[in-house]
Design a protein around this ligand. Structure first.
Ligand code: ADP
Ligand code: ZN
Length: 724
């Protein structure tokens, strides 16, 4: 037999089907190893046929991989073909979406790990006081018992090895049972659905339309509706996909799912080790697990016979991929729902304007949940006018009313959440004498000061720089640290309330698989009084003791020059406010702004989604912004400016022709430097278009695929969430 094989090399030169000889029992979708040039490379069998157009003596033979099942099922293969055609990327790139990386690279799965146990009581060890890592590791082992060596080495580099040499510690190799969430406490509760919830489930079951939008205020019990739908599918032997924006941020959701569905649920997310991800994926592929839970990429779960697909927080920007192929999760979900003839449920308290428009016009079904469970009121939002604070001489990050409420909250032994979407200590370092701004050498952006590490960091590439003793340009000493970040807020809170326990959650404090989980757990157990954080804290968490939420800078996201900044601000504020007063106690929210009359803020404080939507949609219509048009950005990036410009010229030439041939389909067409001219040493240029007729999209994708070279990336972004 002949196998049509795609080799797993993501280059346009090898992006075609190759014929190979194969055994008669070869199955479509299987992984193989294919002799290719002088090497053997991984590949996938796309089709099997009797004859090749090539003479048989020219064909080489593929080596099968001993998988119990072909890696890709039929639905995945079909979906991969559609996506390849839609986004015009090499087929290998699309196929990779469907497989855990470990399977592709074929590395041996790690099955054992080293564990350390104390062999000698600490008191009997002869350790020098300066051997901090050995002491630390020994104390940790004494307190916690047997421990993973890699884990200990992270905290106390070299400590365990030195202890073992002295015979104080024994190291054993043991098989690991990869249960990524063993630390989650499971509490299984089945709830009787409220009338509203039961009605929603009923509509979703019976409505004809594929897409069902669940528009429910925060705390209206959407999760319970999802779980009911999933449980029902499970009973019928059907599988489900449940997507959440960033799963490691919602351990509470995870423990609920684990408690309810046990081993039927497989959890896929980026925080898992490659081995864990592989195991979870394999359980789905074999059908042992029927529920795939995860972020965006879980939409590619190898499930068959889908009964429902759920996208929670459907408005979240993490649902568009920022690497090739830049797919939109909804589009993939819709294709799968159609193929399986199942429902696609979108849930949000603040649906995207695009989605809501379709729901209002009847394309999607619209289900409203207007009350919180047990009719708990929405927290009351007080606006703090920061202009007035400044006039009164208060230049701090805290308004009078926020301080007052914080004090009340602490005195009542309740918890508070303070939200500021800016990490680090201060955002920029500026010389007051000459205007010099400290910038990253590899990126065209200013550096953020981090006090705990005492360095300047680039938030785009992660590079660290020493702090500046003086201005490198003029030698002056008047360096000012402007733009308060979360570190500084935590630092100032410590000064203001010395007895309060303060916790910070942002990208700098949440490294590691369970980084988020640990912080959230500490807060949930009331071992801290105030949680300061970036938008990570806005999502989904349910802390019953939180009665106060402070939004320190409500204006921040309003000032991005992006048609969606109003929408994003409304969503963020509503989400953050929803963290307050979720249990018996009534919640409060203090929203600080320099622009209290702003429409978006007004609608957000009144919890008036409908009002916000009507206002926003008429603005979009007047400006012919999406959903009344489509914004397309072609981004050209490369390390060498000259080559990058050449590729830009090529793609621009092709696009300009398209534009002059079809002027009626374009509202806007221009090429320019990207707003951030360089990121990670790569120069960035863009062609920006606004289409009133998207029928030219395939030609745009084609032009980009042709302009792509070995050194220059040319990508297409549709309605990009980030225009930097
Ligand atoms: P949403 O996802 O809409 O923000 P949640 O699903 O988090 O809302 O529900 C809010 C709270 O109400 C949670 O604490 C949840 O446990 C509780 N809850 C949900 N449904 C019910 C029910 N039918 N009976 C009792 N409590 C419920
Ligand atoms: Zn940088």
């Amino acid at each position: 037999m002949i196998a049509e094989v795609i080799v797993d090399i993501a280059a346009s030169e090898t992006d075609r089907i190759y014929d190979y000889l194969c055994d008669d029992d070869m199955v479509v979708g299987s992984r193989v190893r294919a002799p290719f040039g002088g090497k053997t490379v991984p590949g996938f069998v796309m089709r099997i046929k009797e004859k090749s157009d090539l003479p048989i003596e020219k064909l080489r033979k593929v080596i099968p991989t001993p998988d119990e099942l072909p890696a890709l099922n039929e639905e995945c293969l079909a979906l991969a073909e559609k996506l390849t055609a839609r986004y015009r990327v090499p087929k290998a790139l699309t196929l990779r979406l469907f497989l855990p990386s470990e399977m592709r690279t074929g590395k041996v799965r790690e099955l054992t790990r080293n564990y350390a146990t104390l062999a000698t009581p600490i008191a009997e060890m002869k350790l020098s006081k300066t051997a901090k890592n050995q002491l630390g590791a020994a104390e940790y082992l004494a307190a916690n018992g047997k421990m993973d060596c890699a884990y200990l080495n992270n905290m106390f580099p070299g400590g365990v090895a030195a202890l073992e040499k002295k015979g104080y510690v024994t190291i054993t190799k043991e098989q690991i049972l990869r249960d990524p969430y063993k630390t989650l406490d499971a509490e299984s509760v089945t709830r009787v659905l409220t009338e509203d919830q039961a009605r929603a489930v009923d509509i979703i079951r019976n409505d004809e339309r594929t897409v069902q939008l669940l528009h429910g205020v925060t705390g209206s019990g959407k999760t319970e509706i999802y779980l009911t739908l999933i449980a029902e599918c499970l009973k019928q032997g059907k599988s489900s996909i449940f997507l959440v924006p960033e799963i490691s941020l919602t351990p509470q959701m995870l423990s609920q799912l684990r408690a309810r569905f046990g081993k039927n649920a497989a959890i896929l997310h980026s925080g898992l080790s490659a081995g864990e991800r592989f195991d979870e994926w394999w359980r789905l592929r074999t059908g042992e697990a029927k529920i795939a839970i995860g972020a965006r990429s879980a939409i590619f779960a190898p499930l068959e016979n889908l009964g429902v697909i759920i996208i929670d927080e459907e408005h979240d920007s993490s649902y568009s991929s920022e690497t090739a192929p830049r797919y939109n999760t909804f589009d993939v979900a819709f294709l799968r729902a159609k193929r399986n003839d199942c429902k696609l449920v979108l849930g949000s308290a603040t649906p995207s304007v695009d989605t809501y428009k379709k729901a209002k016009e009847g394309e999607f079904s619209l289900i409203r949940l207007q009350k919180r469970i047990n009719k708990r009121p929405m927290p009351e939002i007080t606006i703090a006018d920061m202009r007035r604070e400044v006039r009164r001489g208060n230049n701090s990050a805290f308004s009078g009313v926020l301080k007052e409420e914080l004090e009340k909250c602490l005195a009542a032994d309740k918890q508070a959440i303070l939200f500021l979407n800016r990490r680090g200590y201060s955002q920029t370092v500026i010389c007051k004498e000459c205007g010099y701004v400290a910038k990253c050498e590899a990126c065209d952006v200013s550096l953020t000061y981090h006090k705990d590490e005492n360095c300047l960091k680039c938030h785009y590439c992660g590079m660290k720089y020493n702090t500046l003793p003086a201005c490198p340009d003029c030698g002056g000493f008047k360096l000012s640290y402007a733009g308060t970040g979360t570190q500084r807020i935590a630092y100032e809170l410590e000064k203001m309330y010395p007895t309060a326990r303060i916790l910070r959650m942002d990208n700098d404090t949440t490294s590691g698989k369970e980084g988020h989980y640990k912080i959230l757990k500490t807060f949930a157990e009331k071992k801290a009084d105030i949680l300061v954080g970036t938008q990570m804290i806005a999502k989904g968490h349910d802390f019953p003791s939180v009665t106060l939420v402070g939004i320190l800078d409500a204006d921040m996201s309003l000032h991005f020059s992006d048609y969606r900044s109003g929408e994003r601000t409304f969503q963020l504020l509503t989400q953050v406010a929803g963290r307050s007063g979720r249990a018996e106690e009534k919640g409060k929210v203090v929203l600080q702004t320099f622009d209290p009359e702003n429409d978006v803020l007004r609608f957000a404080t009144a919890y008036d989604y409908e009002g916000f939507y009507e206002n926003e949609i008429s603005l979009r219509a007047a400006m012919a912004f999406p959903p009344f048009s489509k914004i397309v950005r072609v981004l050209v990036t490369g390390e060498e400016d000259k080559k990058t410009l050449e590729a830009l010229r090529d793609v621009y030439f092709a696009l300009e022709k398209l534009y002059t041939d079809n002027p009626e389909k374009f509202l806007f067409f221009n090429k320019m430097r990207a707003p951030i001219k360089r990121i990670q040493n790569k120069f960035r240029y863009q062609v920006l278009m606004r289409l009133c007729d998207p029928s030219v999209l395939p030609q745009i994708y084609n032009a980009c695929a042709e302009a792509r070279t070995r050194d220059v990336l040319v990508s297409v972004e549709e309605n990009p969430t980030n225009l930097s």
